[in-house]
Write a protein that binds this ligand. Structure first.
Ligand SMILES: Nc1ncnc2c1ncn2[C@@H]1O[C@H](COP(=O)(O)OP(=O)(O)OP(=O)(O)O)[C@@H](O)[C@H]1O
Length: 204
């Protein structure tokens, strides 16, 4: 099923950031979001993931189908790596955590408390969580932050495998991931700032 975003306008902190944005994301495809810092990529991903409402527009095909990985790793520091994945697998009703451990080379860290992992290891654990959700649409915000070169390759491999199985991915990133897919520059959709209605010209 295709994710369809139509004429979407979104705000952050009450301030419009993007307007008139439309795109589709088909099964088996990746869409890479580009745009400068502060343009509204995170706001767009949060809106698509259902974490905040849009000002206007429509999002179709997202209901109960999205796994979101934002800036925070979303891990539970007092649980071990294996316990974290088992927790999420139970939440989503998924099976074995082994494929997730294998994909991100976490096998030697299974009994380590997540709070004691390095930043890159935490990020690998956070991304491995996607694999136990069973959700078809991955919505990912700067997923490679803190990852070294080999971990970036693990991530790209995981996304390719997900797409090959009919999943899809919407990814905001500033780096080149080497993934096949389309790119959407959100810059042209920057919202027009609202007029300042109570400005007192006499102040000048
Ligand atoms: N909690 C908040 N309250 C008010 N404004 C915010 C909040 N978080 C972000 N903003 C503002 O909303 C705008 C869009 O931010 P957003 O995080 O969506 O941009 P981005 O494109 O993801 O940026 P980056 O590439 O730096 O991650 C920015 O101007 C930002 O300063």
């Amino acid at each position: 099923m295709t994710l369809t975003v139509t004429d979407l306008s979104i705000a952050r902190g009450g301030v419009p950031v993007l307007e008139g944005l439309s795109f589709t994301l088909d099964a088996g495809r990746a869409l890479i979001l580009r745009g400068p810092n502060g343009i509204g990529k995170t706001t767009l991903l949060r809106t698509v993931a259902g974490l905040q409402p849009a000002i206007s527009g429509r999002i179709k095909g997202a209901e109960d189908r999205i796994a979101y990985a934002g800036h925070s790793d979303g891990i539970k520091p007092t649980l071990t790596v294996a316990e974290n994945l088992t927790f999420w697998a139970r939440v989503f009703g998924a099976g074995s955590i082994q494929p997730a451990l294998d994909a991100y080379d976490l096998g030697d860290l299974t009994d380590r408390h997540a709070g004691n992992l390095s930043a890159g290891q935490k990020r690998r654990l956070g991304l491995s969580r996607l694999l136990v959700t069973g959700r078809p649409i991955w919505v990912l915000d700067e997923p490679t932050v803190s990852l070294d070169k080999s971990a970036v390759a693990m991530f790209a491999d995981a996304v390719r495998a997900h797409l090959a199985k009919g999943g899809s991915a919407l990814i905001a990133t500033h780096i080149e991931l080497g993934l096949e897919g389309e790119t959407l520059d959100v810059g042209p959709f920057k919202a027009t700032p609202p007029p300042i209605e109570d400005f007192d010209g006499g102040f000048l």
